[in-house]
Design a binder for this molecule. Structure first.
Ligand code: NAP
Length: 256
């Protein structure tokens, strides 16, 4: 029985709405779910099941953790831009022979206006292009990317973050705190209120933060968007919570 119960247990590398939806779906199907969060956000939305918080200590640390817990399946449902965690998951799961699935929501490349956006590779390119294209910039690329934009010599930068920042920003910057989801009307008001003339964002995908794209289009505000990092080769990947739930149930139960 002890052995079986391990096989029914799964690890979700989380920190996204999809990871929480997957945890709920798997708990409802009777699996033992542990979700892992990085601990970046002060007051995170907690998924169903067990939750552990904090880094593992690189791929080695994750391999050690997996070895100690013997999960029947691992789902990497981290954010599409959480490339380090995704790479570590591949290395660690290979090392201990744990089945791994990548769940990544579709990007915005298929958005109706995507061909009009300025697509760039990386945050330094985004900063360089932004300095040429805008003077009052709305920046929604996330806290960990801000250092790339600090040298920007523009009139104004509005940066939106989930937590109140502790860092000191240049005088031309203003930080606002919010977590979404957003509406097109709300985003339009924000662009107008701050006189924004350029949106700088990244291809996170999903619907919760997409309204800024339509709002920018409606307000004739151009968009600079950072392409996603490449996904590791050879890892099975799905784009929906439903597909991830099917794979996880099959994989975890098959081994038992
Ligand atoms: P990252 O750069 O890929 O990861 C950096 C380090 O943070 C990893 O090496 C790992 O530390 C730790 N880590 C990341 N995700 C973890 C998880 N789910 N559980 C335990 N440790 C984790 O990741 P990031 O871009 O900073 O994202 C951190 C977290 O925020 C992720 O859970 C991600 O899903 C979520 N998130 C990220 C974004 C984004 O835009 N990047 C947006 C929304 C949510 P060790 O090496 O010590 O294990």
């Amino acid at each position: 029985m002890h052995h079986l119960s391990h096989r029914r247990s799964v690890l979700i590398l989380g920190g996204t709405a999809e990871a929480r939806a997957l945890a709920a779906a798997l708990v409802a199907q009777g699996l033992e779910v542990t979700s892992s969060l990085a601990g970046r956000v002060a007051n995170p939305a907690l998924p169903a099941g067990e939750v552990r918080i904090g880094g593992f200590g690189g791929a080695d640390g994750l391999a050690e953790y997996l070895g100690g817990n013997r999960f029947g399946a691992v789902v990497d449902a981290t954010h599409p831009f959480a490339a380090r965690m995704t790479d570590n998951a591949v290395v660690a799961c290979q090392a201990v022979g744990a089945p791994l699935l990548r769940l990544a929501r579709p990007g915005w490349a298929d958005h109706p206006n995507a061909s009009q956006w300025r697509w760039v590779d990386g945050f330094d390119s985004a900063a360089a292009v932004a300095g040429d294209l805008g003077s009052r910039i709305f920046l929604t690329t996330g806290r960990t990317t801000l250092t790339h934009f600090l040298p920007l010599a523009v009139t104004f930068v509005l940066v939106r973050l989930i937590d109140t920042p502790d860092e000191h920003f240049p005088v031309a910057w203003q930080a606002i705190r919010s977590r979404g989801p957003y509406t097109v009307d709300g985003e339009r008001s924000l662009l107008a209120e701050f006189g924004i003339d350029l949106l700088v964002t990244k291809d996170s995908g999903g619907s919760l933060t997409a309204p800024k794209l339509a709002a920018a289009r409606a307000a004739n505000v151009p968009i600079v968007i950072v392409r996603r990092p490449a996904t590791p080769a050879g890892v099975e990947q799905v784009s929906t919570v439903e597909a991830a739930a099917r794979w996880t149930v099959q994989t975890a139960l098959a081994a038992g």
